[in-house]
Ligand binder design. Sequence first.
Ligand code: AMP
Ligand code: ZN
Length: 113
Amino acid sequence: MSDCLFCKIVSKEIEADVVHESSEVLAFRDINPAAPTHVLVIPKRHLSSATDLGDADGDLLVELFQTMASLAVTEGLGAGHRIVTNVGEHGGQTVPHLHFHVVGGRPMAWPPG
Ligand code: AMP
Ligand code: ZN
């Protein structure tokens, strides 16, 4: 999608601090980190949110979660971390391209606001 911020990061039209890249998945640091580690993990293909995932996306989902598991190791999140995907207005989604927040490096509160 030509007007999508994260598609522009995928195409390198907009710069980001990339920590992992494959043919299907990109991971980069959040520009406004909510914790000492805050990485966004996205499919390169444009999907608006988790509700866009379909029957053919099984391999993609596995790669996304394996990427997050590897990042937890390389980012030193041995004490635990949180994975969040916001969906739509009430979910607090501000960028309409599916992304998983990986946050850690401090204890997380629950429930979220
Ligand atoms: P969400 O509110 O769940 O849609 O998350 C969007 C996230 O994207 C927020 O945490 C923003 O700080 C982050 N963000 C927005 N623009 C950029 C950017 N150019 N590079 C990296 N992260 C960004
Ligand atoms: Zn997009």
